[in-house]
Write a protein that binds this ligand. Structure first.
Ligand SMILES: NC(=[NH2+])NCCC[C@H](N)C(=O)O
Length: 480
């Protein structure tokens, strides 16, 4: 049982030193995605599971462990990765699993709560209901041991062999299932069917795991709106939805919510009302972006690097030409104007809402006024702001970075032009494999790292359409 009586959740920024997070390592379900289902399951391609694990995600786990739970990994790299240990350090159902209570694995928490008979009964019934399982299967699952059952719920297969329902391959994007805002948990309401079971499992974890016991009355759930039930037809458009990738806690008082392919206007509206009513924050900014697969959540078009540094997609953030320089035809064929984000800020104290003309204007305001930065705000653009690299690199998550602490961020190693832009702004870069060796050989320590982009191998992970911001749900960060 993952436990810690001093465990706390508290996230008041995107960049304070990370102390605890929730992740999920690629499970066997990802290796079962078939081409015909890839798009329904929100993948653009099939992936090679072994490479994704050994060649990519395991590095992420090692780096997180070095940052967050060093004594469990320091000096052990060779042993952990030796072939005879067959990755047991990374496998939640194995006795050599790291079982960190800082780098917390979703599957471990799920296993823990399934040990309780009542929770198991309820969760089996719920999963079977949404997956339309028959009664006998439900009985069989009820009598399955927690370790196996957790694996089945996640991978969709029994004994890694017989598929009884679809996998949930997007669970690696733990960001999207819920968001810690200060000491509250805002649970998502997924837009896509492929992500429904993830949310159900997460809901049970937050409400039932002892780790979160002290925070149970701080869990916020978004209700469906009455109007939706009364609409004719099966149309899903007006549903109340909100996914974690659209929520950014930029300061203790201020949350940004994206209105996107995944987060509906009514989802954002309900979230604002609940956040204000529960006095979680004083300010919520809505950033409405085009409903496009390329940018399903706002964290695919910008993330924060330092108090005064942001990485973002340029072509969306600024109009390429002033309106009066655009020829008449542009109004009909050029979607750029329509694609520009709409940004409105709301306040809990009834002050009138405030408009921002561009993403840059908003981010600059956050740096200067919310985060009290005294230095000029810097914008690092995807693909160095040149076509077609801006769009290509955004597609492979150049803008979706995870800050381990201020100025130390993790991103894919494939976004070369974005890397150039980082360098031009005074950042260094290092490959994760080299960094881990240096940490292990005590050539550097975590505290030495500053203004650096850590490059992570990415050929398989990037096909899943998310980066390290998506692959993390921060639970605790130091205040900045
Ligand atoms: N926070 C994010 N940007 N998450 C990315 C999620 C990617 C995933 N394949 C999906 O489409 O749902």
């Amino acid at each position: 049982m993952i436990n810690d009586k001093d465990f706390k959740i508290n996230v008041t920024s995107e960049i304070g030193r990370l102390r605890a997070l929730l992740i999920h390592s690629p499970d066997s379900g990802l290796g079962k995605v078939v081409p015909s289902k890839a798009q329904d399951w929100l993948f653009e391609d099939i992936i090679h599971l072994d490479t994704m694990r050994k060649g990519e995600y395991d590095y992420y786990v090692k780096l997180l462990m070095y940052f967050l739970d060093e004594q469990k990994i320091n000096g052990r790299l060779a042993e952990i990765d030796s072939p005879e240990n067959s990755r047991s350090f990374y496998k939640p159902d194995n006795e050599n699993f790291h079982a960190s209570n800082k780098v917390i694995e979703f599957q471990s928490l799920l296993t823990d709560i399934l040990a309780d008979d009542e929770t198991r009964l309820k969760l089996v019934a719920s999963v079977c209901a949404i997956e339309s399982c028959n009664y006998r299967l439900q009985e069989q699952l009820t009598n399955t041991n927690p370790v196996e059952l957790a694996k089945i719920f996640i991978s969709g297969s029994v004994n890694d062999d017989k598929m009884i329902f679809a996998p949930i391959p997007n669970l690696i994007f733990s960001r999207d299932i819920g968001i810690i805002i200060n000491d509250h948990v805002l649970i998502n309401k997924p837009a896509k069917k492929a992500r429904t079971r993830e949310t159900l499992l997460a809901r049970y974890i937050f409400f039932n795991h002892p780790l979160f016991a002290a925070f149970r009355d701080k869990i916020i759930e978004i209700p469906e709106m009455e109007q939706y039930f009364l609409r004719p037809g099966e149309d899903n458009d007006e549903r109340t939805t909100l996914e974690g990738g659209d929520v950014m806690v930029v300061s203790a008082d201020h949350v940004i919510i994206g209105c996107s392919e995944r987060t509906s206007a009514s989802g954002a509206n309900e979230a604002i009302k609940l956040l204000f009513a529960n006095k979680v924050v004083k300010k919520v900014t809505i950033v409405k972006i085009p409903h496009k697969r390329d940018y399903m959540h706002i964290d695919t078009i910008f993330t924060q690097v330092k108090r005064n540094v942001w990485v973002l997609l340029g072509s969306l953030a600024i109009a390429k030409a002033a309106v009066n320089e655009i020829e008449p035809i542009s109004w009909f064929v050029d979607k750029r104007l329509k694609d520009r984000p709409e940004i409105i800020q709301f306040f809990s104290d009834q002050e009138p809402p405030r408009h921002f003309k561009s993403l840059e204007e908003l981010l600059d305001d956050i740096s200067k006024h919310d985060l009290k930065s005294t230095e000029p705000t810097k914008f690092i653009y995807s693909g160095n702001n040149t076509f077609p690299f801006d769009a290509r690199e955004q597609w492979t998550d150049s803008c979706n970075l995870l800050a381990l602490k201020e100025g130390v961020v993790l991103g894919y190693d494939r976004n070369d032009k974005t890397l150039e832009a980082f360098k031009a702004n005074g950042f260094k870069s290092i490959k994760v494999s080299k960094l881990l060796q240096q940490l292990e050989n005590k050539k550097i320590t975590i505290d030495d790292l500053q203004n650096i982009l850590i490059l992570m191998p990415s050929s398989e992970l990037s096909r899943a359409r998310g980066g390290f911001h998506c692959m993390s749900m921060p639970l605790l960060r130091d205040e900045i």
